[in-house]
Design a protein around this ligand. Structure first.
Ligand code: GAR
Length: 210
């Protein structure tokens, strides 16, 4: 049974999608803890109501990124995870933290990486005149939003879209591709090679067109 720890900063809808799929599809895995850098994150209450261990490590209570990441890693390691899932976790992680979880740290970003990493993704895609947008699941490396790509979803940009309408369309796809990628990992169908290349034994598409 693989042990999954999920890190969130907010509402945690991707966390919910992963937890739900894990239970409903009978993965050989369990979400053993949900940890937030924000004590008020809505997803913490959702997880606690379902009997999942929760913790908040408030980044504002730590002197610098290294101190925060050390506290976060100590909490994560207490749950002995096989996989750490960033699900709307809005903190930049230090290279040391990323190296500690190399090959077992996944993230989802609401853009078609390598375009529009960082913040204000949807605003920037609209401003640029993109005709499609999407989301990307990737292994985390030290460079922000640049790790090896596992799975991508593509949605159209529609006339009159705002950042809100576009992000809602992308979020629907996030809830489909993130559970899929996590399932591949816990079923040992997906790994990150020592050479930094994604390897898989999948007979399934690694994209989704909405
Ligand atoms: C999601 O759209 C996720 O892709 C994004 O934050 C949102 C969290 O929503 N993550 C990032 O922007 C990371 N750079 P959720 O809390 O409902 O899962």
């Amino acid at each position: 049974m693989k042990r999954i720890v999920i890190l969130i900063s907010g509402r945690g809808s991707n966390m919910e999608a992963i937890h739900r799929a894990c239970a409903e599809e009978g993965w050989p895995a369990a979400v053993v803890a949900v940890i937030s850098n924000r004590p008020t994150a809505g997803g913490l209450a959702w997880a606690a109501e379902r009997g999942i261990a929760t913790a908040s490590i408030d980044h504002r209570a730590h002197a610098d990124r290294a101190a925060f990441d050390a506290a976060l890693a100590a909490e994560i390691d207490a749950h002995q995870p096989d996989l750490v899932v960033l699900a709307g976790f809005m903190r930049i992680l230090t290279p040391g933290f990323v190296a500690r979880y190399a090959g077992r740290l996944l993230n989802i970003h609401p853009s078609l990486l390598p375009s529009f990493g960082g913040l204000h993704t949807h605003e920037r895609a609209l401003q640029t005149g993109c005709k499609v947008a999407g989301a990307t699941v990737h292994f985390v490396t030290a460079e922000l939003d640049h790790g090896p790509i596992v799975l991508q979803a593509v949605v159209p940009v529609l006339a009159g879209d705002t950042a809100e309408t576009l992000s809602a369309r992308v979020l629907v796809c996030e809830h489909q591709i993130y559970p899929r990628a996590v399932r591949w990992f816990v079923e040992d169908q997906l790994l990150l090679g020592d050479d930094g290349v994604v390897r898989h034994t999948l007979n399934a598409p690694q994209w989704l067109f909405h």
